[in-house]
Design a binder for this molecule. Structure first.
Ligand SMILES: [Zn+2]
Length: 150
């Protein structure tokens, strides 16, 4: 029997998430073979747990398919932005293991930014009231060109 997943956010889990590790693949189309619609860019407040630091919230523009509620983040971009963020708060943690947990309430996150508060320093137990875990973490599978047969 499948073990049920433990969610840490209090909001209802939403979105499927793919961390795209292929720098050449820009995911301009949805990777769901049954969908393949054009994706568009949308900014999300990603809640990321970093080994040795704890959770931080990172504003990140991702590829998004609204029909599948699928978020595709490019790993190279994500890690570059993470490193920029960590430079300010925990430079020793750059390169540490990390895990993208879900999305944070974007309005609240923007409000915190406007107030000049550093999202990463404002995390309390209440933070989890505004966190929605991802429903699904998917792996990106790209068929090598020329090898794909229906
Ligand atoms: Zn789709």
């Amino acid at each position: 029997m499948a073990k049920s997943k433990t969610y840490i956010g209090k909001l209802k889990p939403r979105y499927s998430f793919i961390l795209n590790q292929y720098p050449d693949f820009r995911a301009s189309k949805c990777t769901n073979p049954k969908c393949q619609k054009l994706t568009h860019l949308r900014k999300f407040a990603l809640f990321i747990f970093i080994e040795g630091v704890g959770p931080i919230i990172l504003g990140k523009t991702c590829r998004y398919c609204s029909k599948c509620e699928l978020i595709i983040a490019h790993q190279d971009e994500l890690e570059a932005e993470l490193a920029l963020n960590l430079q300010k708060i925990a430079p020793q943690a750059i390169g540490n293991e990390y895990f993208v947990v879900g999305t944070f309430d974007k309005k609240l996150w923007q409000k915190q930014l406007q107030n000049g508060e550093n999202g990463e320093n404002q995390l309390t137990s209440e933070t989890f009231n505004y966190l929605a875990d991802f429903k699904k973490m998917l792996d990106l599978e790209i068929e090598p060109a020329g090898w794909y047969r229906e």
